[in-house]
Design a protein around this ligand. Sequence first.
Ligand code: NAP
Ligand code: MN
Length: 267
Amino acid sequence: MKVTIYANSSSKTTQVATELHTKLVAAGFEIDDQHPDIVLSVGGDGTLLSAFHHYSHMVDQVRFVGVHTGHLGFYTDWRDYEIDQLVAGLQQDNGQSVTYPLLSVEITYADNGDTDTYLALNESTLKKLGSTMVADVFIQDELFERFRGDGLCVSTPTGSTAYNKSVGGAVIHPRLDALQMAEIASINNRVFRTLGSPVIVAPYETITIRPQQQSNFLFTADQLNTQPRPIKQICYSIANRRIAFAQHRHNRFWKRVETSFIGLDEQ
Ligand code: NAP
Ligand code: MN
């Protein structure tokens, strides 16, 4: 089996990554950055997101394992003091994985109709810089609302505990296939009206955002952020590819949510 380590640059992480590398080589694993079967991300959720984007062109062929060296750890099942256990698990690996949905994003530009596609693991947002964003929101091909506010956030179930949660979206169990759209500071009064709550659409449904102005947008897909040229529309759907995790221990999702956000033990 070919493996690679993808680590952030903190000193704690470097130490853990070095130990992991040594133990993997000693256990007979081949290290291959180009065509790995398994990508071991060492750091935090942000590191796993970067690892995903680094290997997203071959997401069908790789499985991920997250080792975390501090903070929370939603995508990172393994702690830094469990390296021996993890390497032993990988030696017995029988190809099993758990998979989660990804967000597919297709941007169509206003000037010449060109398109760009992106894949996101957490979410994608469209925001306006400096003034109110006005955009029509379609679910399937039906106009749903005219949004006015700072922006919109469309997230995956595993991304629901990230940005989505900060803007009042619901936390969704990662085994559900669904997309969630949450508003970022919508204007709601007698004149302007949006639903005002997050919506969760069915797996086959698409969400399309058509900005009514042409400039000053900030577009994000996980950590990536750009100020794209004028946008005609952005279409969001569940991607036909999924992310796979090896050696996963994601089965106590609600416990993870409790310890990360509530911390009953510490009260
Ligand atoms: P960051 O600023 O370090 O991330 C913000 C926090 O989100 C970190 O604590 C990160 O954990 C955590 N996080 C990432 N994915 C998560 C998930 N699926 N569930 C729960 N927490 C999660 O930036 P980053 O590490 O590069 O991560 C990029 C992500 O930051 C974006 O995808 C977006 O979700 C999030 N973000 C949030 C806000 C907000 O809440 N207002 C604004 C911008 C971006 P680690 O410390 O383990 O990395
Ligand atoms: Mn981070």
